[in-house]
Design a protein around this ligand. Structure first.
Ligand SMILES: [Ca+2]
Length: 411
């Protein structure tokens, strides 16, 4: 068998099967030649590999990099701690994700639990104790002090809101937690907590590996480190993860490289080291089962994209309809991998120009339009924006009268 863009052809059925098993099986029934079949599948359904591009240009971060304040977990049990170590820990007990542990008073304590339901891996429970308030996220419900709350929620210095693809919990203490709908979790923590944290996110001392995987000169494995962060309930005795040898998965390297080294992330390579994400991508494919399609590959690309944005880069769109399914957006909005965190609206048409936050993935208005946040009916050209006067909404071009004058609305 030959190769397709450097990928041995025998891998492609596995790969395409993960992407779209239905399409692949239909094609295989009417075909007699394996090689022809694979070629046709790619041609007909425009599966796009973004070609690898070398070398990496030097790109200056547009927004201030703060990826060293971010800890995250995604996909098939991958973690990236504050100090930049990327590791895999396949635990399904309750673990301390990050806690404020080297002070008399614990400002925060964030715990995470994953579970596998019908062969699908999900983040099933998050428990946050923030300055005495207990926030839990359990199966799409948000509970505060044990009671389900409606969003947006605000109380005791904590804000909880849902935006497009993520649930955001922020605290005045200097903590932002984002739970994305692809089962990834990201914690951004103020540097005042540096060297004061414990848990899977590490000690935040700015030194990779140290105090996480090398403690007082003693090396511990990723599995040992993960098991140490377990926090059982009063009546619970969850079993430790058993060590497993690292699998040799080099056959997946080309697939991961095609995207991670591709043009979508070209301006990211000098900001975020891609090697560790390559390894996470390869390991995810290696540990993949057929029901975990999106977890197995797409999530590491999504995570690299988020890390790039946090580092001040501007990742380009890499999802397509056929590949890691581009997200569907409401109204006439469109999905963008990297859009302004403060998009323009009718009531605030210059907001993006004043925004100093890094970009976010999500649904945005097409170029030349702004979101009509007065009627909430989607994106319109800014000169079509309605306006509000004395509590009444007037469309562009409409006239209204006051006792002494007549006005015409121009946005
Ligand atoms: Ca460290």
């Amino acid at each position: 068998m030959g190769t397709f863009k450097g990928i041995p052809l025998w891998i492609l059925p596995l790969f395409l099967g993960q992407l779209n098993a239905q399409l692949y099986i239909e094609e295989i029934e009417g075909s007699s030649s394996g090689e022809y079949l694979i070629h046709e599948t790619i041609q007909n359904h425009t599966l796009s590999f973004i070609p690898a591009v070398y070398p990496t240009p030097v790109v200056k971060a547009i927004n201030k990099a703060h990826n060293n304040k971010v800890c995250s977990t995604w996909g098939n049990f991958n973690f990236k701690n504050f100090d930049g170590d990327v590791f895999r820990f396949p635990g399904t007990c309750n673990y301390v994700f990050s806690s404020h542990c080297k002070s008399d008073y614990e400002d925060f304590n964030i715990q995470i639990q994953r579970s596998i339901t019908s062969s699908i891996l999900v983040i099933s429970k998050i428990t946050m104790k923030i300055n005495g308030l207990v926030v839990q996220v359990i199966e799409n419900n948000v509970l505060v002090d044990g009671k389900v709350v409606q969003l947006p929620y605000s109380g005791l210095g904590v804000q909880i809101e849902k935006r497009d693809v993520s649930l955001k919990v922020s605290s005045k203490l200097g903590l932002v937690l984002m739970l994305n709908d692809d089962n990834s979790l990201m914690l951004e923590l103020d540097e005042k907590y540096a060297n004061q944290t414990c848990g899977l996110c590490g000690d935040y001392n700015g030194i990779s590996i140290h105090n996480e995987f090398i403690n007082h000169g003693v090396h511990i494995t990723e599995t040992q480190f993960g098991n140490l962060q377990k926090l059982d309930g009063p009546t619970e005795q969850c079993q430790d993860v058993k060590p497993e040898p690292r699998r040799n998965c080099t056959r997946f390297e080309n697939i991961c490289e095609n995207i991670l080294m591709g043009s979508a992330f070209l301006n990211c390579h000098s900001l975020v080291d891609v090697e560790q994400y390559m390894e996470a991508c390869v390991q995810d494919l290696c540990h993949c089962n057929s029901k975990m399609t999106s977890l197995c590959m797409c999530n590491t690309f999504a995570e690299y994209s988020r890390q790039c944005a946090h580092a001040g880069g501007q990742p380009r769109n890499w999802r397509t309809k056929e590949f890691c399914s581009a997200r569907k957006c409401p109204l006439n909005m469109e999905y963008r991998e990297c859009g302004s965190a403060c998009p323009n609206t009718c009531t605030n048409p210059e907001r993006a120009a004043l925004c100093d936050s890094h970009c976010l993935e999500g649904c945005y208005c097409p170029k030349g339009t702004v979101f009509d946040d007065i009627n909430n009916k989607g994106c319109i050209p800014v000169d079509m924006c309605p306006c509000i006067t004395a509590g009444e909404i007037y469309s562009s071009g409409e006239s209204y009268s006051t006792p002494c004058s007549t006005w015409q609305v121009h946005a």
